[in-house]
Design a protein around this ligand. Structure first.
Ligand code: PEP
Length: 268
């Protein structure tokens, strides 16, 4: 059976311990009968509340951080290492999210160092890539994504390649309620598959999950995930709404358990 990935990026929310506890109560209620089959669910929580999430997430839901630093320890004020995250029960980390590229001015080089350090430390790395509105308007989306991905993967040793998940998040679709067509998503997915194959070979490229992110809701899963042959979704705002997040998990599970309905991108 195919496994779909459902990753919630809570961003800088919830904003207090009480609000975190309310969120976790509601999320546990969503999955009170256990997690749906065929879906790997992860929640990326803010640093101050990671420990609270580690003990309060529903059984089987993975915990991710939203950023990491490339050094292991030392004089790096404000930074957080992979080892610290692992010590708190974190299993994966978002790297290169467009809001980090934009507000923290993260460069491709920073992102490459973060991806390499996190993968070497044993964390799963959710590598976010995506073009700007201007790049898409000028037909440069494939080049932009291939360049970001090539740079980000450059430091990751092949032996850790299977710790990578790629999230295709067009910047113009994040937080805007605009989504690309399935054909547009699929064509970038093919570019991603090719870039991963160039770096790590075809077998690894087939094994590396590729997710779509940007204004996903449960009702848009057919266009953003299934028809575009994606392996799951990275969800921002809607992951803050536990019943909507639960609906997405159920829809992904239904598709996974239906089996055999996923387009094979090698034949497209
Ligand atoms: C995100 O921040 O990764 C994201 C996809 O956000 P949203 O779903 O709110 O567009």
């Amino acid at each position: 059976m195919k496994t779909y990935h459902l990753i919630g990026n809570l961003k800088m929310n919830p904003v207090s311990r009480d609000a975190v506890d309310r969120y976790l109560d509601m999320l546990r209620h969503e999955f009170v009968d256990g997690l749906p089959e065929g879906v790997a669910i992860t929640v990326a929580a803010p640093f101050p509340y990671l420990e609270r999430f580690a003990s309060g997430l529903p059984e089987g839901v993975g915990l991710a951080a939203q950023d990491v630093f490339w050094e292991g320890e030392g004089a790096y004020t404000g930074e957080v290492s992979s080892a610290m995250l692992r010590d708190l029960g974190v299993s994966s980390v978002l790297v290169g999210h467009s809001e980090r590229r934009r507000y923290a001015r993260e460069s491709d080089d920073d992102i490459a160092k973060k991806a390499a350090a996190a993968a070497e430390a044993g964390l799963g790395v959710v590598l976010c890539v995506g073009e700007t509105a201007e790049e898409r308007a000028s037909g440069r989306e494939a080049d932009a994504v291939a360049e970001q991905l090539g740079a980000a993967l450059s430091g990751v040793p092949s032996v850790h390649a299977r710790r990578i998940v790629v999230a295709y998040e067009p910047r113009w679709a994040i937080g805007t309620d605009r989504v690309p067509t399935p054909e547009e998503i699929l064509s970038v997915r093919i570019v991603i598959r090719r870039a991963v194959a160039e770096r790590f070979g075809h077998d690894t490229a087939e094994a590396v999950p590729v997710l779509y992110g940007g204004s996903v809701r449960a009702v848009s899963l057919p266009e953003t995930c299934f028809d575009a042959a994606m392996d799951g979704v990275l969800v921002g705002r809607e992951s803050l709404v536990p019943d909507e997040f639960g609906r997405m998990a159920c829809a992904l599970s239904e598709r996974a358990t239906a089996g055999g309905t996923v387009p094979d991108i090698d034949r497209i």
